[in-house]
Design a binder for this molecule. Structure first.
Ligand code: NAD
Ligand code: MLT
Length: 532
């Protein structure tokens, strides 16, 4: 199969080369497309790579009928409708670490330019003026820099600011006190950061919660003469309120790399001498662009080839060694999901996944997702993947419960899946003996030895002579070869109800299954296709 990748914003040549080196990937670069043009074009592509210019809206995503991955060569994914992508099972990857240093350096550069009025002084001198009074600056040594958002960039800005002898205060509700202590940054309330800062810089993503985080009310709480920096996202600061705060003298100046509308059209902020601006270039360095280009190319290649990705926005990240360990359990989990769902013919309310032995304490989210994929595929057909499975299950009101224990009897690892529905509960247990050898070892209370591959018939029967022979004869008459057979009991005594698991070489028709159910001594029979 040849995967087609569309690059719709410029990324580094190194990234493009990496993609083009892959024999099964064909790359097209088409930048500056309108939403309509992108919608017309995207249907042919399996991958889309963007920076911040392309708006990957729900409509765009819906037009990508073959789309499997969207790569964002940078951090912010506010230009991508991640929810719409998740619903359609499209993995969204970004390159969050590739431009941290450049963005932090640009933040400091913007702050210093602002404090020393470098852009206006530069322009003035180039106009032929020599005005040494107009460009009176302020020192940053000893001043307090308030940082809102102490993530990758915020924390690097903090360390650089401390190196420049500034005092630092930060607000970030999602960072632990330990992490802040490690960074040597006092963590406090938003109000305190706002009230105590001489300079304020924002480093949050743009979300519903951070939209206009700094608004008129926050400006009113600030020290008079405060300086503001935004190298994160336009929209985190209310631009109208900022304009008024500068006009009133509350804010002495602002340095902005990002805007609510990009490029900013008719923004009165651009007319103010107190405002220093750059056109969203905090990440535009040779190093950062090379880095994000290469990272995003690697991620898109992995996603297209079904390999684990490091920076998925709508999938949990996983270390390569953990992925290697859980890979057989992902395979097993998906098959067990399909099996347990085949045993239920009413609505499902709850899926319980339990990890035993060496699986406990491991990163098993991908296994749970695989179980859900198997269950949902049984119910809804193909087209469900690890990205969409949890969302689809939850949207159908299915509760997902995970637990683990280090204990196991006889096995080093066990995976248990229990489905609960209205008046019904079905349980299956499986294990992996190595990278290739996975088995289902229990269905309900019955011990079995089922290799979950190909076509399998599972049947309950009366444990007495002749029943198995009649099944063999029926399958033989229908030219169905039995490759493997396992018969199990709940208690190892004759005369009760037993289970029969038959791996067969070719699929049985519905008539064969219903004839089997009519055989004397057979209680029920189901056919499951586990795939390869
Ligand atoms: P990050 O995810 O590492 O850090 C963001 C931090 O914001 C997190 O620690 C999070 O806990 C915190 N946060 C979230 N909501 C918050 C809230 N309501 N109040 C306070 N803190 C909150 O991201 P990052 O890599 O540091 O990037 C930060 C921002 O910079 C993003 O918006 C990104 O898009 C932007 N960015 C811009 C450029 C540019 O070219 N101008 C370059 C790189 C990144
Ligand atoms: C980002 O979020 O990474 C920035 O906006 C940088 C960029 O896309 O150039």
């Amino acid at each position: 199969m040849v995967y087609r990748v569309l690059i719709s914003d410029n990324i580094s040549e190194e990234g493009v080369k990496l993609l083009r080196r892959e024999k099964d990937i064909k790359v097209d670069i088409k930048t500056g497309l309108s939403e309509e043009e992108l919608i017309e074009t995207l249907g042919d592509y399996h991958g889309l790579i963007v920076r911040s210019q392309t708006k990957v809206t729900r409509k765009v995503i819906e037009s990508g009928v073959n789309l499997r991955v969207i790569g964002r060569a940078g951090v912010g994914v506010d230009n991508i409708d991640v929810e719409a992508a998740t619903e359609r099972g499209i993995v969204v990857v970004n390159a969050p670490e590739g431009n941290t240093v450049s963005a932090a350096e640009h933040t400091i550069a913007m702050l210093l330019s602002l404090l020393r009025k470098i852009p206006s002084a530069n322009e003035s001198l180039k106009r032929g003026e020599w005005d040494r009074k107009r460009f009176m600056g302020v020192e940053f040594r000893g001043k307090t820099l308030g940082i809102i958002g102490l993530g990758r960039i915020g924390s690097l800005v903090a360390s650089k600011a401390m190196g420049l002898e500034m005092k630092v205060l930060a607000y970030d509700p999602f960072i632990t006190k330990e992490r802040a202590r490690e960074l040597g940054v006092p963590l406090t309330s938003l109000q305190e950061v706002i009230m105590k800062s001489d300079f304020l810089t924002v480093h949050t993503p743009l979300t519903k919660n951070t939209y206009h985080l700094i608004d008129e009310e926050k400006f009113s709480m600030m020290r008079r003469g405060v300086y503001i920096v935004n190298c994160a996202r336009g929209g985190v600061i209310d631009e109208k309120a900022l304009y008024e705060a500068i006009k009133s003298g509350k804010v002495a100046g602002a340095a902005l790399d990002v805007f609510e509308e990009e490029p900013p059209r008719n923004s009165p902020l651009l007319e103010l001498e107190e405002v220093v601006v750059t056109p969203h270039i905090a990440a535009s360095t040779v190093e950062a662009q090379k880095s994000v280009g290469v990272i995003i190319a690697e991620e898109v290649i992995s996603a297209l080839k079904g390999l684990p990705v490091r920076n998925a926005v709508n999938l949990p990240s996983i270390k390569a060694e953990d992925y290697e360990f859980i890979r057989p359990f992902m395979f097993l989990g998906e098959k067990m999901g399909r099996l347990v769902a085949s045993l239920v013919d009413s609505e499902i309310n709850e899926v319980n996944v339990k990890y035993y032995g060496t699986l406990s304490g491991r990163d098993t989210e991908y296994v749970t997702r695989s179980v859900l994929k198997g269950i949902m595929e049984h119910i809804l057909g193909s087209g469900i993947n690890l990205v969409s499975a949890p969302m689809i299950a939850e949207s159908r009101g299915i509760k997902i419960v995970e637990s683990s224990t280090s204990e196991t009897d006889n096995y080093t690892n066990l995976l248990e899946v229990v489905l609960r529905g209205k008046n019904v509960e079905r349980k299956v247990l499986g294990t992996s003996f190595g990278k290739q050898d996975v088995r289902v070892i229990k269905i309900g209370d019955y011990n079995v030895d089922l290799i979950p591959k190909g076509h399998v018939i599972i049947s309950l029967h009366e444990d007495r002579p002749g029943v198995i022979g009649r099944v063999g004869t029926l399958l033989g008459q229908n030219n169905i070869n039995i490759a493997r057979m396992h018969v199990g009991r709940i208690v190892d005594e004759p005369g009760g109800i037993a289970i029969m698991v038959l791996s067969i070489d070719n699929p049985p028709s519905e008539e064969v299954i219903s004839s089997m159910e009519k055989l004397e001594g057979i209680i029920n029979a189901i056919h499951i296709y586990f795939g390869g």
